[in-house]
Design a protein around this ligand. Structure first.
Ligand SMILES: Nc1ncnc2c1ncn2[C@@H]1O[C@H](COP(=O)(O)OP(=O)(O)O)[C@@H](O)[C@H]1O
Ligand SMILES: [Mg+2]
Length: 311
């Protein structure tokens, strides 16, 4: 079994939006992320994917729950140097590469920000050499260093965002819908770059997306979120072959099919959360339907799902 890099247990992130209203953005979510893997996290807009990512790397103080990184507690009281250490090991790439890059900074300064904070270059020359190297790593070049974000295309900006994340040599990167804002023709390029970097640097990814189309291609395992809960978690292959939770089935049925004949007859499955009709004394939790494949369900549903599972 692969080594665990992150262990997320019973993570809750509630937001108070004026009493008595509370948004349970992440509501008791548990999963592990293994070293060197890509874990895809999918679900419709507003289901809590970004909040999960942000809570993991402590952009928010979690309402409750635990996050271990290499066995060390990420949350709780931390000294400045401990925080700095975590910040270096965990980086984030954002959906909108334009909003996340300071328009008044040159590409070199954007990329070197982490290098400066963490003192990773001793001289100005070394700093610039690192920047040039990083630009090359992400498929840009030296000439781009003194330009500003607006001079680049969306795909190039996302490459700058990736270079900025890589600058501090992280182990773990949360990519929050990194390709959602890009033209379809550019999406594959960015995903391929991420895959290549993962192989070269042994990176671990949490890859967030709102649909299942690109996620299968990049993910080793996929987690499906619905309304603050993780409802299914499985290897990418098994999730597509054996979707158990009705919400997963509905997400899968939303993917357009390349074959026109199949696309014409594609049956879109709608999910109605009311269908579960759980009563108060039923225990609803993640249950393991086959090794490594978990589905959020009651005991009764679990028995039904077992009957549907294709070996
Ligand atoms: N800072 C915040 N304050 C209040 N509510 C928030 C905040 N961030 C997210 N939410 C709410 O939490 C829920 C999950 O949001 P988010 O994690 O952004 O979903 P996703 O990334 O899956 O689209 C949404 O209902 C959203 O409105
Ligand atoms: Mg989001």
């Amino acid at each position: 079994m692969a080594e665990k890099l992150l262990e997320i247990s019973h993570l809750k992130q509630y937001f108070n939006i004026g009493r008595p209203n509370q948004v349970k953005a992440v509501d008791d979510v548990s999963f592990d992320i293994y070293k060197g893997e890509t874990l895809g996290l999918v679900g419709e807009s507003g289901c809590g994917k970004s909040t999960t990512g942000r809570s993991i790397i402590r952009l928010y103080n979690a309402t409750s729950g635990q996050v271990l990184f290499n066995g060390e507690n990420v949350h709780g009281k931390k000294s400045k140097s401990e925080l700095k250490k975590f910040n270096r090991k965990m980086q984030m790439i954002f959906q909108d590469p334009y909003a996340s890059l300071n328009p008044r900074m040159t590409v070199a300064d954007i990329i070197a920000e982490g290098i400066d904070i963490h003192g990773l270059a001793k001289t100005k020359k070394e700093r610039m050499e690192r920047v040039y190297q990083l630009l090359e790593t992400v498929g840009l070049n030296k000439e781009h260093a003194n330009r500003y974000p607006h001079e680049f295309s969306g795909g190039q900006r996302q490459r700058i965002g990736i270079a900025r994340a890589l600058a501090v040599e992280p182990e773990f990167i949360i990519a929050d819908e990194p390709i959602s804002a890009l033209d379809v023709s550019i999406q594959a390029q960015v995903v391929n770059l991420m895959k290549q970097l993962q192989r070269e640097k042994g990176l671990t990814y949490l890859f967030i997306a709102h649909d299942l189309s690109m996620v299968k291609y990049i993910s080793d395992r996929i987690g499906v979120m619905y309304f603050g809960k993780l409802v299914e978690l499985a290897s990418a292959e098994d999730l597509y072959k054996n979707p158990m939770h009705p919400y997963t089935k509905s997400l899968l049925s939303a993917i357009p099919l390349p074959d026109p004949e199949s696309e014409r007859t594609r049956h879109r499955i709608m999910y109605d959360p009311g269908m579960h009709n759980y009563n108060d004394n039923e225990k609803v939790e993640m249950r393991e339907i086959s090794p490594g494949h978990f589905v959020y369900c009651s005991d009764k549903e679990f028995e039904q799902y077992k009957g549907q599972y294709k070996k």
